[in-house]
Design a protein around this ligand. Sequence first.
Ligand SMILES: NC(=O)C1=CN([C@@H]2O[C@H](COP(=O)(O)OP(=O)(O)OC[C@H]3O[C@@H](n4cnc5c(N)ncnc54)[C@H](OP(=O)(O)O)[C@@H]3O)[C@@H](O)[C@H]2O)C=CC1
Ligand SMILES: Cc1cn([C@H]2C[C@H](O)[C@@H](COP(=O)(O)OP(=O)(O)O[C@H]3O[C@@H](C)C(=O)[C@@H](O)[C@H]3O)O2)c(=O)[nH]c1=O
Length: 283
Amino acid sequence: MKVLITGAGGMVGRAVVDHCRALGDELVAFERRGLDISDENAVARCLASVRPEAVINCAAWTDVDGCEFDPDRAFRVNAWGPEILARQCRKVGALLVTISTDYVFDGEKDGFYTQRDDPNPLSVYARAKLEGERRAMQACARTIVVRTGWIFGVGGRNFLSRIVGSAACGATLKTIRDSWGTPTYARDLAQRLRQLAALDLPGIYHVVNAGGGANYEEFARAALELAGIEAKIESVSFAELHRPAARPRNSRLRCLLSEAIGLEPLPEWHDALRRFIRETISR
Ligand SMILES: NC(=O)C1=CN([C@@H]2O[C@H](COP(=O)(O)OP(=O)(O)OC[C@H]3O[C@@H](n4cnc5c(N)ncnc54)[C@H](OP(=O)(O)O)[C@@H]3O)[C@@H](O)[C@H]2O)C=CC1
Ligand SMILES: Cc1cn([C@H]2C[C@H](O)[C@@H](COP(=O)(O)OP(=O)(O)O[C@H]3O[C@@H](C)C(=O)[C@@H](O)[C@H]3O)O2)c(=O)[nH]c1=O
């Protein structure tokens, strides 16, 4: 398949590039400096010249707290960006896979969020991502929106990806005990994104590793145990960290569609974490 990947320098983008390359896809990958998804002229020129069969959009402004202070930038990248890609995909007859977030939900539900639950975003980041979902689906019928959450992977700058590295440097980890999510390994997500592109069945999918989910403290303890590192952990509440953006207390996801269309659940998150730790240590 001829695949164009945006945001190829990010955590998920790199994993998607690796996976598509391993499959033997004809690959055209752009980091931000090569293609800014919020620049409609640039996107139009690029898609018209590359003529991909599928675009996998991994580009976003993922600094959740930063978005609170610059809503214009958040909406430019996270809402208009997917819309621009969708519009230009339609022009060249490509399908679009674009990634959204578990943070579209407010976290008030106990249990797992499915596609039947109404979003109610709490932050600028989440509002912009939800707007991006809706605009992209409206601009191109062949849009696949993949909601995921709590991603960890090589090259990740977020908390979950850096637990082992920080602990190995002797840092004390502050880990939140009262927020729950469904962890997702970037490599497993990448595989599913490419599978969904091949299936070409538009809609909203929830893609996370299997299992009951975790809180951050539980995830950190599992990561350290698997890595064989003793580290100081300070258990904190969400409120104690005083982060600028509100986040859902519970954003665990489950998909109503994947099994129905014959997709196996992704591996359980402990198994995914084990593979991630192995990948990290071997580098
Ligand atoms: N990380 C997580 O836990 C979660 C992420 N997601 C979503 O997954 C997707 C991938 O995220 P992830 O890989 O973790 O994030 P990263 O921040 O690692 O990667 C995002 C990439 O997008 C690039 N980028 C930013 N702005 C633009 C732009 N205007 N045009 C083109 N590229 C741009 C960034 O470049 P630069 O670094 O130079 O700014 C970065 O390389 C995003 O849609 C994100 O919202 C969803 C749920 C959870
Ligand atoms: C979770 C956590 C974060 N932190 C700190 C680290 C960092 O400074 C800040 C924010 O952490 P993170 O960036 O990892 O968390 P956050 O920005 O909330 O992560 C989110 O990313 C976006 C893109 C999503 O879509 C979500 O699914 C989610 O994974 O809080 C802790 O100190 N301890 C913790 O237990």
